[in-house]
Design a protein around this ligand. Structure first.
Ligand SMILES: *[C@@H]1O[C@H](CO)[C@@H](O)[C@H](O)[C@H]1NC(C)=O
Ligand SMILES: *[C@@H]1O[C@H](CO)[C@@H](O)[C@H](O)[C@H]1NC(C)=O
Length: 186
Protein backbone atom coordinates (compact mmCIF):
# COMPACT_ATOMS: atom_id res chain seq x y z
CA UNK A 1 0.00 0.00 0.00
CA UNK A 2 1.41 3.37 -0.99
CA UNK A 3 0.33 5.09 2.25
CA UNK A 4 2.11 2.61 4.47
CA UNK A 5 5.27 2.74 2.34
CA UNK A 6 5.39 6.55 2.35
CA UNK A 7 3.77 7.65 5.61
CA UNK A 8 5.78 10.90 5.72
CA UNK A 9 4.42 12.00 2.34
CA UNK A 10 0.92 11.28 3.50
CA UNK A 11 1.52 13.28 6.68
CA UNK A 12 2.94 16.18 4.67
CA UNK A 13 -0.08 16.24 2.35
CA UNK A 14 -2.34 16.19 5.39
CA UNK A 15 -0.48 19.07 7.04
CA UNK A 16 -0.58 21.14 3.84
CA UNK A 17 -4.30 20.54 3.54
CA UNK A 18 -4.96 21.35 7.17
CA UNK A 19 -2.85 24.53 6.95
CA UNK A 20 -4.91 25.61 3.94
CA UNK A 21 -8.19 25.03 5.82
CA UNK A 22 -6.96 27.19 8.71
CA UNK A 23 -6.37 30.21 6.43
CA UNK A 24 -9.01 32.91 7.07
CA UNK A 25 -11.60 33.04 4.28
CA UNK A 26 -14.82 34.93 3.61
CA UNK A 27 -17.75 33.65 5.73
CA UNK A 28 -19.69 32.13 2.84
CA UNK A 29 -16.78 30.48 1.12
CA UNK A 30 -16.98 26.69 1.08
CA UNK A 31 -14.11 24.37 0.34
CA UNK A 32 -15.54 21.90 -2.12
CA UNK A 33 -13.09 19.20 -1.31
CA UNK A 34 -14.03 15.59 -1.91
CA UNK A 35 -13.14 14.67 1.66
CA UNK A 36 -15.32 17.33 3.32
CA UNK A 37 -18.16 15.50 5.03
CA UNK A 38 -20.95 17.37 6.78
CA UNK A 39 -24.30 16.76 8.44
CA UNK A 40 -27.17 19.25 8.88
CA UNK A 41 -30.31 18.55 10.91
CA UNK A 42 -32.53 20.00 13.64
CA UNK A 43 -33.85 18.73 16.96
CA UNK A 44 -36.14 20.31 19.58
CA UNK A 45 -34.93 20.68 23.16
CA UNK A 46 -37.57 20.51 25.90
CA UNK A 47 -36.63 22.01 29.27
CA UNK A 48 -39.03 21.74 32.21
CA UNK A 49 -38.20 23.82 35.27
CA UNK A 50 -37.73 21.67 38.41
CA UNK A 51 -37.96 18.51 36.31
CA UNK A 52 -35.22 18.53 33.65
CA UNK A 53 -33.57 21.81 34.67
CA UNK A 54 -32.82 23.31 38.09
CA UNK A 55 -31.25 26.42 39.55
CA UNK A 56 -28.30 25.01 41.52
CA UNK A 57 -26.78 28.28 42.79
CA UNK A 58 -28.80 31.48 43.19
CA UNK A 59 -27.59 34.58 41.42
CA UNK A 60 -26.58 37.75 43.25
CA UNK A 61 -27.62 40.86 41.29
CA UNK A 62 -29.65 42.34 38.46
CA UNK A 63 -32.98 40.98 37.23
CA UNK A 64 -34.93 38.45 39.30
CA UNK A 65 -36.13 35.01 38.27
CA UNK A 66 -38.77 35.32 35.52
CA UNK A 67 -39.79 33.19 32.55
CA UNK A 68 -36.86 34.60 30.57
CA UNK A 69 -34.39 36.06 33.09
CA UNK A 70 -32.27 34.86 36.01
CA UNK A 71 -30.09 36.95 38.36
CA UNK A 72 -26.43 37.50 37.41
CA UNK A 73 -24.31 34.55 38.55
CA UNK A 74 -27.14 31.98 38.60
CA UNK A 75 -25.89 28.46 37.92
CA UNK A 76 -28.45 26.28 36.19
CA UNK A 77 -28.01 22.57 35.38
CA UNK A 78 -30.08 20.54 32.94
CA UNK A 79 -30.62 17.15 31.36
CA UNK A 80 -33.10 17.82 28.55
CA UNK A 81 -34.59 15.47 25.95
CA UNK A 82 -34.23 16.51 22.30
CA UNK A 83 -36.96 15.30 19.97
CA UNK A 84 -37.30 15.15 16.20
CA UNK A 85 -40.32 17.53 16.07
CA UNK A 86 -41.60 20.31 18.38
CA UNK A 87 -44.10 17.79 19.80
CA UNK A 88 -42.66 16.44 23.08
CA UNK A 89 -44.14 13.02 22.24
CA UNK A 90 -42.00 12.65 19.12
CA UNK A 91 -38.90 10.44 19.05
CA UNK A 92 -36.08 11.39 21.44
CA UNK A 93 -32.97 11.51 19.26
CA UNK A 94 -30.72 13.38 21.67
CA UNK A 95 -30.08 14.27 25.30
CA UNK A 96 -28.50 17.60 26.26
CA UNK A 97 -26.67 17.54 29.60
CA UNK A 98 -25.03 20.68 30.82
CA UNK A 99 -25.02 23.87 32.79
CA UNK A 100 -25.25 27.60 32.24
CA UNK A 101 -24.11 30.62 34.23
CA UNK A 102 -26.02 33.91 33.90
CA UNK A 103 -23.43 36.35 32.57
CA UNK A 104 -25.29 39.62 31.96
CA UNK A 105 -26.86 41.96 34.54
CA UNK A 106 -30.10 42.15 32.51
CA UNK A 107 -30.46 38.43 33.23
CA UNK A 108 -30.91 37.53 29.56
CA UNK A 109 -27.51 36.09 28.63
CA UNK A 110 -25.52 33.15 29.89
CA UNK A 111 -22.46 31.09 29.12
CA UNK A 112 -23.56 27.51 28.41
CA UNK A 113 -21.72 24.24 28.15
CA UNK A 114 -23.35 21.01 27.10
CA UNK A 115 -22.69 17.47 26.04
CA UNK A 116 -25.30 16.37 23.50
CA UNK A 117 -25.62 12.61 23.15
CA UNK A 118 -27.05 11.80 19.72
CA UNK A 119 -28.77 8.65 18.47
CA UNK A 120 -29.39 9.26 14.78
CA UNK A 121 -29.85 6.92 11.86
CA UNK A 122 -26.26 5.88 11.07
CA UNK A 123 -24.60 8.11 13.68
CA UNK A 124 -24.12 7.51 17.41
CA UNK A 125 -21.97 9.48 19.79
CA UNK A 126 -21.84 12.88 21.40
CA UNK A 127 -20.85 16.42 20.59
CA UNK A 128 -19.75 19.04 23.11
CA UNK A 129 -20.74 22.69 22.69
CA UNK A 130 -19.66 25.84 24.52
CA UNK A 131 -20.77 29.42 24.05
CA UNK A 132 -23.03 32.33 24.86
CA UNK A 133 -26.82 31.89 24.94
CA UNK A 134 -29.42 34.64 24.70
CA UNK A 135 -32.65 33.61 26.40
CA UNK A 136 -35.00 35.22 23.87
CA UNK A 137 -32.91 35.46 20.67
CA UNK A 138 -31.18 32.86 18.48
CA UNK A 139 -27.56 32.13 19.38
CA UNK A 140 -24.78 30.10 17.81
CA UNK A 141 -22.65 27.76 19.91
CA UNK A 142 -19.33 26.51 18.61
CA UNK A 143 -18.91 22.74 18.64
CA UNK A 144 -15.69 21.99 20.48
CA UNK A 145 -15.46 18.28 19.71
CA UNK A 146 -17.18 14.93 19.92
CA UNK A 147 -17.04 11.22 20.62
CA UNK A 148 -18.05 8.04 18.79
CA UNK A 149 -19.11 8.75 15.21
CA UNK A 150 -18.57 12.46 15.99
CA UNK A 151 -14.91 12.11 16.98
CA UNK A 152 -12.95 15.28 15.94
CA UNK A 153 -16.20 17.02 14.83
CA UNK A 154 -16.28 20.77 14.12
CA UNK A 155 -19.08 23.23 13.37
CA UNK A 156 -21.77 24.97 15.36
CA UNK A 157 -25.28 24.55 16.72
CA UNK A 158 -27.84 27.35 16.45
CA UNK A 159 -30.33 27.54 19.30
CA UNK A 160 -33.61 29.48 18.78
CA UNK A 161 -36.54 29.80 21.19
CA UNK A 162 -39.74 28.14 19.89
CA UNK A 163 -41.98 28.36 22.95
CA UNK A 164 -41.11 30.26 26.12
CA UNK A 165 -44.60 30.02 27.68
CA UNK A 166 -45.47 27.60 30.48
CA UNK A 167 -43.21 25.42 32.59
CA UNK A 168 -41.66 23.63 29.60
CA UNK A 169 -39.65 25.84 27.27
CA UNK A 170 -38.78 24.56 23.79
CA UNK A 171 -35.76 25.48 21.70
CA UNK A 172 -35.02 24.51 18.12
CA UNK A 173 -31.42 23.32 17.82
CA UNK A 174 -29.96 23.35 14.31
CA UNK A 175 -26.81 21.27 13.96
CA UNK A 176 -24.19 22.15 11.34
CA UNK A 177 -21.47 19.55 11.73
CA UNK A 178 -18.31 19.09 9.67
CA UNK A 179 -15.75 16.31 9.83
CA UNK A 180 -12.19 17.43 9.12
CA UNK A 181 -10.34 15.29 6.56
CA UNK A 182 -8.27 13.50 9.22
CA UNK A 183 -11.49 12.35 11.00
CA UNK A 184 -12.86 10.91 7.75
CA UNK A 185 -9.61 8.93 7.31
CA UNK A 186 -9.51 7.74 10.96
C1 LIG B 1 -38.81 25.37 41.39
O1 LIG B 1 -38.34 24.99 42.67
C2 LIG B 1 -37.92 26.10 43.47
C3 LIG B 1 -37.29 25.55 44.74
O2 LIG B 1 -38.14 24.60 45.34
C4 LIG B 1 -39.10 27.01 43.75
O3 LIG B 1 -38.69 28.13 44.50
C5 LIG B 1 -39.66 27.51 42.42
O4 LIG B 1 -40.83 28.28 42.61
C6 LIG B 1 -40.00 26.32 41.49
N1 LIG B 1 -40.34 26.87 40.18
C7 LIG B 1 -41.44 26.50 39.52
C8 LIG B 1 -41.69 27.20 38.24
O5 LIG B 1 -42.14 25.60 39.92
C1 LIG C 1 -48.23 15.22 19.81
O1 LIG C 1 -48.13 13.86 19.48
C2 LIG C 1 -49.09 13.06 20.15
C3 LIG C 1 -48.77 11.59 19.88
O2 LIG C 1 -48.47 11.38 18.52
C4 LIG C 1 -50.50 13.47 19.65
O3 LIG C 1 -51.47 12.70 20.31
C5 LIG C 1 -50.71 14.95 19.97
O4 LIG C 1 -51.94 15.38 19.42
C6 LIG C 1 -49.59 15.79 19.39
N1 LIG C 1 -49.72 17.16 19.85
C7 LIG C 1 -49.75 18.20 19.01
C8 LIG C 1 -49.86 19.53 19.65
O5 LIG C 1 -49.65 18.08 17.81
Amino acid sequence: MAYSVHPSIFLLLFLLHFGCQATPSSPHHHHHHQELKSLHFSLFQHETINKTGYIIVNGVAGEGVTQTTTPFGTIFAFQDPMTTTPNASSRVAGIAEGASITSSLDGLRSISMAKITLNLKGYKGSISVLGGTHNIKPSNHPVVGGTGDFMFIQGYVRSSPVNLEGITVVYKIEFHLYWPPYAVHA
